[in-house]
Design a binder for this molecule. Sequence first.
Ligand code: URA
Length: 263
Amino acid sequence: MPKSLDPQTKKHLASRVNYYREMGIYDFYRRPVEEGVEFVLQPATENLLADNMSPAKTKLPAATLPPAISDKPSALKLIREDIGDCTRCRLHKGRTNLVFGVGNVNADIMFVGEGPGADEDAKGEPFVGRAGQLLNNMISAMGIGREDVYIANVVKCRPPGNRTPEKDECDTCSPFLMRQIDVIKPKVIVALGAVAAKNLLAVSDSMANLRGRWYDFRDTKLLVTYHPAYLLRDPRQKKEAWKDLQMVMKFLGLNPPAKAPQD
Ligand code: URA
């Protein structure tokens, strides 16, 4: 027999359901957690694209909520567990490693890229190839290190031949990115390139129009700049990207090192 919920738990449950609805998630499944706690409410992101998606179809568990997870590593671990050995979209077919995200859980800055390439797929870590080397240089130019920031992508599996991830692939994966953002709570999110910008901001515009200004996003500030892979193809745009990063530095009160950014 389902337990009846006390008013505080009901309120907590309702606010969580609203939170997930805002992310476009309407279906939930029950997940056994530990002894003494029957179920934990989790969004069923695999149903995100279901035609029958409607709040009326939301299946709420008559369950006790688990204690809130307050430490960031455990909260991230739970997100990773929820992703599991993911087969929610076609990208899983070509994956060697799922690329979850890496970095400082208390980072002020979170960089969001598009999706893993070959090097990232092989290593299971974002931005470790040539574009990653340039990103590292951009981060050092800001007077901080890769270990000071958090880095993730819109999609967590490598698109075949490094093609741009398709909309349904981004829609399936991005709820997990939103949850990572909500756990990290960075002061600034830097969207690297059009795919990250368009998926985070749900807008469709040119990079020229998107970059160079601040957006309010999920209780934080978001700025769009060029993707390092694009900067490798068109190095003339590096000075524009540097202007964007200087906006971040000014916002966070970071002092640049004396040395100019390396290539
Ligand atoms: N490009 C991205 O967008 N992300 C990576 O992790 C690597 C390259």
